[in-house]
Design a protein around this ligand. Structure first.
Ligand code: IPM
Ligand code: MG
Length: 353
């Protein structure tokens, strides 16, 4: 069986970290006797520069004929003019929508070797192992928006259908069955109508999962509990914008944004896999970016799109073993400790598959 992987490096450090993730997938292929083909496509700022569009049609076609997508990052100061009509981020939002990638999984686990890297006290972090399921193709990101009064009034609309809410809730409940059987549904039902529909739907779907404990939290309280009792969470499920904000917050539990992977899933097995960090233009081209978030995203790709659980676990094990041996990129270095480059980190991990 040949697995076709699309590689969309994007901007900044995106191509550097995506290349290391591809390297690790190649190591998996040769160790386990799989065949993978890698084809690159343009997205984001570089796609604007080369084609005028942040998401060329050719990239959408490439993704559609692939089994999974490795994604780097998009954006940078070059394309940051707020009045520009095309922006790199439209490439990412566009591909999520075009491929129906409605469920974004962002696991946050504390790596024992990095217990002191977080700004939060180690005692609070102990046993933290959670995953946020963020709704990714609805809500205020995709609702009607615009300007009135000659530009002096602006509006964005948070809109959800019951069907959109239900399908992402089901992803969360199913995921919890393979974990610690707890779901925290997050909304703002004391204020927002879309959240009241979210809460009603969550209460109804929860009845079909009597084996799962379901709690409901308001998003502001959840933001607080995330840093107060992180270990008490198992699966958190929430709408698009709340999920965007809560996952940046949750990432700091692990010490570095450079460590965290994500999976964006559609109805079938197609998925897009990207580190949760951005394009980090300040360190692009220097060979110092941490490729671990991208490499752990490749592990999620093996697990969710290719259904290769053993291979996924091997990648996660290789990352742990390299960290346990003390290898660090700059962002997770001990004060005064030695660091390795992006490429060396990728090679070390690939070498242990
Ligand atoms: C993310 C990012 C994106 C988002 C941006 C780049 C559009 O912050 O994936 O979390 O807001 O979804
Ligand atoms: Mg974000």
């Amino acid at each position: 069986m040949v697995f076709r992987i699309a590689v969309l490096g994007g901007d900044g450090i995106g191509p550097e970290v995506a290349a290391e993730a591809a390297r690790v997938l190649e190591a998996v292929s040769s160790a386990y006797g799989h065949t993978m083909t890698f084809e690159t496509g343009l997205i984001g700022g570089i796609a604007i520069d080369e084609t005028g569009s942040p998401l060329p049609q050719e990239t959408v076609s490439l993704c559609r004929r692939s089994d999974a997508i490795l994604f780097g990052a998009v954006g940078g100061p070059k394309w940051d003019d707020p009045s520009a009509s095309v922006r790199p981020e439209q490439g990412l939002l566009g591909i999520r929508k075009a491929l129906g990638l409605f469920a974004n999984l962002r696991p946050v686990r504390l790596n024992a070797a990095l217990a002191n890297a977080s700004t939060i006290k180690p005692g609070v972090l102990e046993d933290t192992d959670l995953v946020v399921v963020r709704e990714l193709t609805g809500g205020i990101y995709f609702g009607e928006r615009g300007r009135r009064d000659g530009g002096r009034t602006a509006y964005d609309t948070m809109i959800y259908t019951e069907a959109e809410i239900e399908r992402v809730l089901r992803v969360a409940f199913e995921l919890a069955r393979g974990r610690r059987r707890k779901v925290t549904s997050v909304d703002k039902a004391n204020v927002l109508e879309s959240s009241r529909l979210w809460r009603e739907t969550a209460l109804r779907v929860a009845q079909e999962y009597p084996d799962i404990t379901c709690e409901h939290l308001l998003v502001d309280a959840c933001a607080m509990h995330l840093i107060r009792r992180p270990a008490s969470f198992d699966v958190i499920v929430t709408e698009n914008l709340f999920g965007d904000i809560l996952t940046d917050e949750a990432s700091m539990l692990s010490g570095s944004m450079g460590m965290l992977p994500s999976a964006s899933l559609a109805e079938g097995t197609l998925g897009l896999y990207e580190p949760i960090h951005g394009s980090a233009p300040d360190i692009a081209g220097k060979g110092i970016a941490n490729p671990i978030g991208a490499i752990l995203s490749a592990a999620l790709l093996l697990r969710h799109s290719l259904k290769l659980e053993q291979e996924a676990a091997a990648v996660e094990g290789a990352v742990e073993s390299v960290l346990a041996d003390g290898y660090r990129t700059g962002d997770i270095a001990q004060p005064g400790g030695e660091t390795v480059s992006t490429t060396v980190m990728g090679e070390m991990i690939a070498g242990r598959i």
